[in-house]
Design a protein around this ligand. Structure first.
Ligand code: AMX
Length: 438
């Protein structure tokens, strides 16, 4: 056992009586009611999922294990010579809720190195796809291809399956998956955008730094990768990627099946794909409205209205839960403001100008409940600045980060024995009858 698995086991034993008590003694306590609007409207706000990994307040934004983003960055041990924590220290924190010591982080870093080797058949499968396949399809297929290696599936089929211990095999798969996904993502990047010039893993580097190295990036990008993966990791359980992963795993499908499905949800334009759409929108805006002229607030206002009037959404703005500017947006904006070169970058200035104008336009438009920017409105600018200019890759980066939250969640799902998810559907006739009855 590693220190992380030991600590996790201790936390799970301590937590189990709480879950058991709620289920046994308080199962009939009412915590919510459901109206027709929610039934027709994507189950918005219905309280029916449990997670202790993160929670999302509409005003304040995300807290990971009770800590805000600045508190999380401040609390965790930093990567050597960096202002940012390693992804590995964050993984320890997400799983256990405890800030690791440097020795505990070092052990996770070493552990991931033993797990990160990707079997060659996974690369072969991705290589057989047409080169213009979307990188999210490649990533989802790559993760699915790893299913053959699932320790949880092997355990389930071993004839010795024991519900109490099953989390240990989910933890093993989850740890393998989070260690391997950046390697698969880097392979896809090099395959598609660097003429298949692959770069070998550097065994001396932590996960974020190694990802930067594997895509041929600069020293500075190492912190970008660490920050990006941590910020995108988790956003409580109701969002499409987290919920899909949880739902699929609730059928005892192993973590590879579950996360491949989660990634497919992340690939939607209303979810993770929005960060690619933001860059695409901004570039089209420059091409159409700013030929030979500097962007102005007036031009941006016109472009925003043109988008809305053509029935499209403004990508990177609005949120199903948040009702203020996403702190993940602010965290990345602060990174831009404190990075010489980036703070004066024309694209960053343009995105900042959109931030000044779009909330007013969306408020006047009057449809969205939240006119403020979400995480996706800012992330592409940073990637673009560092030379990652293929914006269809941006959701892959999101998917690497989101794996941390989804995998931590399903490890705990199994540890606490969460049930097969099976909400009830109703017919339109039933709804009309209830509507008529008032
Ligand atoms: N531009 C234009 N219209 C918007 C809008 C936007 N950015 N955000 C919401 N609206 C519209 C909705 O389409 C809906 O219109 P309708 O009444 O005509 O159907 C109305 O406002 C009410 O929507 P809502 O309750 O405010 O939002 P929601 O919970 O239904 O959807 C979201 C949330 C994020 C899908 C939506 O705000 C959106 O489409 N935003 C743009 C895409 C985006 O940035 N997605 C990324 C979200 C973060 C993430 O998951 N990565």
């Amino acid at each position: 056992m590693t220190q992380l698995k030991d600590k996790l086991s201790e936390k799970i034993q301590a937590h189990r009586p709480r879950t058991a008590r709620l289920t046994k003694e308080f199962a009939d306590i009412v915590i919510d009611k459901v109206d027709i609007g929610q039934c027709m409207g994507g189950a918005r706000d219905i309280k029916c999922l449990v997670t202790d990994i993160s929670s999302l307040d509409p005003q304040e934004g995300i807290r990971f294990r009770g800590k805000t983003i600045p508190e999380t960055f401040a609390a965790l041990p930093k990567a050597a010579g960096s202002a940012y924590p390693t992804v590995e220290s964050f993984w320890y924190f997400l799983l256990t809720g405890e800030v690791p010591t440097q020795a505990q982080v070092d052990e996770v870093v070493a552990q991931w190195k033993t797990r990160q080797s990707v079997p060659p058949y996974v690369f072969d499968v991705i290589r057989t796809l047409p080169r213009d396949s979307h990188p999210m399809a490649m990533l989802s297929i790559g993760i699915l291809a790893l299913q053959r290696d699932s320790k949880f599936a092997a355990y389930y089929n071993s004839g010795k399956f024991n519900k109490t211990n099953a989390w240990e095999q989910v933890y093993e798969d989850a740890s393998d998956l989070v260690a391997r996904i950046p390697v698969i993502a880097a392979f896809i990047y090099n395959l598609k955008y660097r003429d298949d010039k692959q770069i070998a893993i550097d065994p001396k580097l932590d996960m974020g730094a190694n990802f930067a190295h594997m895509i041929g990036q600069s020293e500075e990008y190492k912190d970008v990768a660490r920050m990006y993966f941590i910020l995108h990791s988790d956003h409580e359980s109701g969002n499409v990627s987290a919920h899909t992963t949880h739902l699929v795993h609730s059928a005892l499908s192993d973590p590879y099946y579950a996360y491949s499905a989660g990634l497919s949800g992340l690939a939607g334009p209303l979810h993770g794909l929005a960060n690619q759409e933001v860059l695409s929108w901004t570039m089209k805006f420059q091409e159409k409205y700013c030929k030979g002229v500097e962007p102005t607030k007036e031009l941006i206002t016109k472009a925003l209205w043109d988008t809305l009037n053509s029935g499209q959404v403004i990508p990177g703005y609005g949120h199903a839960v948040l009702r203020k500017t996403d702190p993940r947006y602010m965290s990345q904006r602060e990174f831009c403001l404190k990075t010489p070169g980036l703070k004066d970058d024309p694209l960053f200035k343009l995105v900042s100008m959109i931030f000044e104008v779009a909330p007013g336009v969306l408020s006047e438009h009057g449809h969205t409940k939240n006119p403020w920017p979400n995480v996706d409105a800012q992330s592409g600018v940073i990637q673009w600045y560092y030379g990652v200019k293929h914006w269809d890759f941006y959701t892959v980066l999101f998917g690497v980060g989101r794996a941390l939250g989804c995998m931590a969640n399903i490890t705990w799902d199994r540890a606490l024995g969460y049930a097969l998810e099976r909400p009830k559907s109703v017919t339109t006739d039933m709804l009309e009858k209830w509507a008529a009855e008032g």
